[in-house]
Design a protein around this ligand. Structure first.
Ligand code: SAM
Length: 450
């Protein structure tokens, strides 16, 4: 019997894995291993563009295979229980079990749950299912019955590592989303102050105004956003042609803790930089920069200033180019156009605006997609059609999850290239180039449309 989809996915997966193996060898990367307690360079290095593409292909195939094979009710239960995945990892972090496992003298043996329970004065009956669920999710290994060890992935959660700061829970917002969309008074509203966020937090304030009134929320959010930003910063620094920028000063609008411009200054010391953000944020960023980069602050190479994105941009003319990273996706079209318009009106002919965001790809075609075609041209165009959706299916879950999250928080969204073009053109700008990054985001470079 012909199992067309299954057969195509099998061929695709085999081909994708063979190609990934070759590409990793070409890049002299060590083999991937879930049994290794040593971190793979994957966690910290920039892959080649080719290697990244060939990682997405097997992930996309696996996702499509899972969708094809798994029973719908199992799949639904998987979704429902996914909230426990983060809860179980949070428990291992909160108890410091993660740190304890990382200090094990024999990482391949692991540590018995009885020992963990006695060290942390916890109930072993609770710890076993929690650790087993983490093992099923690939975060830890069960080395023998009821003994557990860290694997390479969970090292990212050890104290001091970045995974630890990626810690915001959106659960209360997630829970109210179906009611917000289907039956609330705001179900047709596009306002950033009429979303799941206001319902979940019982507030009339939009997210950023709420944070101003609730200062205890600022540091965890800023840390979380910095880690998200750091995921793309090395690629932004390496993959955008900064040397072609004709303006001496880079202004990072809504620049948060300033991690991006400081990384750019490190790589390109001829630039000066300005971090702009809300009053409450620049107080934090200003003191951070004074501590970390006193010379740059004293010499004026780096400035930190309060500026409201909804007011006219005070840095005007050919001296300045502007970065908007993870800003416009927060906002619905009307507000996004207001923010972009304020920057557009400040541009000189030499200035650029670098919008750094995800570019959403509609999932329109599951076989003859553009990316799959180019993949075929690189290899063997007699192969059967691939079953990878144009947006990489399961491998693009994160982009789509971000989009739903932005929607629930502020009526924002991740935009497709067509939507970016329409937003940019509506502000008297044109897209001069789109630079794909070795990250989930791209740099959409814009200039005055003259
Ligand atoms: C999603 S974060 C992105 C931070 C930073 N650009 C990055 O990539 O890490 C959005 C930022 O916009 C800032 N922001 C929100 N509303 C603003 C406003 N009205 N004026 C200035 N900044 C604002 C927030 O304080 C926050 O730092």
């Amino acid at each position: 019997m012909a199992h067309a989809e299954l057969d195509r996915l099998q061929v695709c997966l085999n081909f994708a894995l063979d190609t990934l193996r070759k590409e990793m060898d070409n890049s002299q990367l060590p083999p991937l291993s879930q049994h290794s307690s040593v971190e793979h360079p994957q966690a910290v290095m920039l892959y080649t563009h080719k290697c990244l593409t060939f990682m997405n292909h097997p992930l996309a195939c696996l996702g499509e295979l899972k969708n094809l094979i798994q029973s719908p009710l199992d799949k639904r239960m998987d979704d429902i229980f996914s909230a426990y995945s983060s809860a179980c990892m949070d428990t291992l972090i909160k108890t410091s079990i993660i740190d304890h496992l990382s200090e094990s003298s024999n990482p391949s043996e692991g540590i018995a749950v009885a020992e963990l329970a006695s060290t942390f004065e916890l109930d072993s009956q609770k710890l076993v299912p929690i650790l087993r669920f983490c093992a099923a999710n690939g975060w830890v290994r069960e080395t023998r019955d009821s003994s557990f060890a860290l694997n390479r992935c969970s090292r990212i959660f050890i104290k001091g590592r970045t995974g630890r700061r990626l810690n915001l829970s959106f659960l209360s917002i997630v829970r109210v989303m179906p009611a917000w969309v289907t039956e609330s008074d705001w179900k047709l509203s596009r306002s950033p102050a009429q979303t799941s966020f206001q319902i979940a937090f019982n507030t009339p304030l939009q997210q950023f105004s709420w944070i101003q009134q609730n200062p205890q929320a600022l540091i965890p959010l800023a840390d979380h956003l910095q880690v998200l930003g750091d995921m793309s910063t090395p690629s932004i620094v390496a993959d955008y042609p900064w040397e072609r920028l004709e303006t001496p000063v880079i202004v990072d609008c809504g620049g948060g803790k300033g991690g991006l411009v400081t990384a750019i200054l490190d790589a390109h010391p001829s630039f000066q930089a300005i971090v702009q953000d809300m009053e409450n944020v620049v107080v934090m960023t200003g003191s951070l920069m004074k501590e970390r980069r006193p010379h740059d602050i004293e010499s004026g190479i780096l400035k930190v200033e309060a500026h409201d994105l909804f007011q006219s941009q005070p840095r005007i003319g050919n001296e300045y180019s502007f970065i908007l990273r993870h800003i416009l996706h927060d906002w619905p079209d009307k507000e996004a156009a207001a923010i972009l318009g304020n920057v557009a009106r400040a541009l000189g002919p030499k200035s650029k605006i670098l919008i750094i965001e995800m570019v959403a790809v509609p999932n329109v075609d599951s076989t003859a997609t553009r990316s799959a075609k180019s993949f075929l041209l690189d290899s063997d165009d007699k192969r059967p059609n691939y079953c990878i959706p144009s947006h990489f299916g399961a491998a693009s879950k994160l982009v789509n999850a971000f989009s739903v999250n932005m929607l629930s928080l502020m009526n924002g969204c991740e935009r497709s290239l067509r939507e970016w073009e329409s937003l940019v053109n509506g502000c008297g700008l044109r897209i001069t180039n789109v630079y794909p990054l070795r990250a989930h985001t791209s740099v959409i470079e814009c200039a005055l449309d003259v």
